[in-house]
Design a protein around this ligand. Sequence first.
Ligand code: ADP
Length: 748
Amino acid sequence: MPVPAAALVAVAEPRRAAARGNGTAALYTGVPRVRVAVEEGGADETDLLAARVRLLEGFVARAELSDCTQLALQWLAEVLHLTQSICLIRPEAEQVLYVIGSYGIAGSGIASYTISLEDWNNPLVPAFIHRKAMFFPAPHSAADRRRRPSTPFEDLPFHAVPLGVSGFDEDAFGLLLVGDTRPLDADFHWFASVLGQRIDQILRQQALTEGDRRQGRERSLLYSIINAVTDPILLTDTEGRLLIANARALTLFTASEEESEGRRGAVRMNNMLLSSALSSKAIEETAATRRELLLVNPVDGSDLVFELLSTVTEDPRQGSGVVSILRNVTDLRRASEEIEDNYRKMRIAEVQARAESDRLNLIIDSVADPIVVTDAGGATSLMNEPSERLFTIPMYASEIEQRWVQTNDAHFSSFIAGMLVSADQRRVGEIGLVDPKTGEAMPVEAIAGKILSEHGELTAVVTILHDRREAIEKARLYEQLKQASDELERKIQAATADIAQQNELLRRQAIELEQASALKSQFLANMSHEFRTPLNAMLGYTSMLLQGVAGAVEPAVKRQLARIESNGRHLLTIINEILDISRIEAGRMPLQLSTFRVPDLVGEVKAELEPIILRSKLAITLDLPKDLKPITSDRQKVKQILLNLLTNALKFTHHGGVTIAARLAARDRRLSLSVTDTGIGIAPADQERVFEDFRQLDNSPTRAYGGTGLGLSICRRLAQMLDGEITVQSQVAKGSTFTLTLPTKGRK
Ligand code: ADP
């Protein structure tokens, strides 16, 4: 839009100017303010010179690009009367021209006006690129209008003048658009040249300070990067002097005067070690090399092992240097030692684990029952030999054998599947397997247990199978046995009942017998007594006749009388013996215990039998211990036994002698009295029979010895009453020994 000329005379109003670069809008203050009286006809030379000086002074006083531009455009309007102008600048590295100042053009759109340098259809672009001033007259036709660039001048004629540093073969950096039809004169060119120089100056200064700032920023960034690295990083010159070091390197290689002597010593030592490492490095080729460097930790004096990585750098300004990076491998070394140690331990553990597993396998194999270990997925991971026989198909197996194994496998798998889905830790079940050799049914008891890891995860299932055939067979046999035993028991019960009945019968018979025997004994006792009384009377009278009480008796009569007496005595003996037996059996022979001396008793017995002894002409020997203590027993009964034994010995002995001996036995608690003869002896078969009632070994009518056969039988009964016994040892034609053994302290 054209601006009225009158308005241009006015003092430049404060207005907004776009300042590219910092992005903020700066307020144009117009300092110093210039009020120029504009008169028709122009200023004279002096005025012009003064105006030029003023412009240059204004430039000196302003450092800001927009300030300088604004002053210049105002000067252009006031001094050279070019009242409409726009100044554009191309920032570095951009392909666009932006407005940095304008004069005499109204509208807010001016600030956003730009020229793209990539738009070659815009005629202003070649004008800028080739630094060539151009004039665009007002258009006369639509075609003219199309050829003109689009500018805030719209259809008004204007000049486009590139801004640059004259005399240098450099690119233009700005474009000045001036709305006017007049050709531009030398004053304008002077103006364009000083404005160009001033803008160039400001741009250069800006670029310079921007560059410095960027470099500073980059440097501090670099420092913070290398300081952030925990590995020491150093740059040394060819003499080994430290040029740059990061914080970690400084703690290793530098120490101030205030620090302890120990720390400074460590730092000196480290510098020595480093420079020797780097000097030896220098004789090697320049390629980066790695090696170990042992340093001292200045903080605590401990050893630090570093890996030294150094590279020679060539800097055109600084000369060559060595960049070294030290990597602390102390921990790495320790870690690698630990890893080695752990590896060793792991190997040992592995060997142990293998031994353990071998042992386990050995155990599993030595178990006669099949054992199968399955993993959490139900796949078999281990089985012993008996299991293999059940679940793996042997080589050369027939089709039917293969099928049996497959059946077993299927049954077992379904058992395991059931175990895996159940929550039970342990499960006992029966599986109907088949003997893979014979095909016979093989019921097995399966006991399965889950093995859990320490986190409670299922790791395996161990199943032990137990062939139940033997148990079933045993159970069957047991059942049979039980039946047989029940049958037997029934029979025994029946027989027992029978026996009980018979026992009862016998008991009754025994009672009856006992009663009968008692009656018999009673009868015998009574009868004997009845016999004895008249017999004694007869013997008494016979004795009196023999003694001649009734007058002298003829020798022939005397002999007869003697016979009567002898037979009578014999009869009395028999009756006495029968009476004894009867009394014993009827329990009518009481014990009468007394303490007596055995030698006295023996003497008595011997004395009583003195006539018979004399008649027999046998030698009687007594063998009695001198210190024999008195014994307690029924003296009469012992005497009766001894009398009987001695009588028999004398009766059945024809030559030799008879010995009566006494012996203490069983720690003095039993006494044995024996009568030994050298007589006819008793055959072994008869030795027990002689104790029976009325038993005589020679019972022929022509027998040579008298007697009733009751003597020994009475002796045995008497001995039993005394808690003793009578035994016999004998040899035919050599002799016999009858021994009575009885307790020394009476009955128990
Ligand atoms: P007896 O009154 O007949 O002697 P015993 O009971 O005293 O009855 O003896 C039974 C039998 O034992 C005697 O008839 C005799 O055959 C045999 N007998 C007993 N003592 C002796 C002995 N010392 N030597 C050989 N035989 C004897």
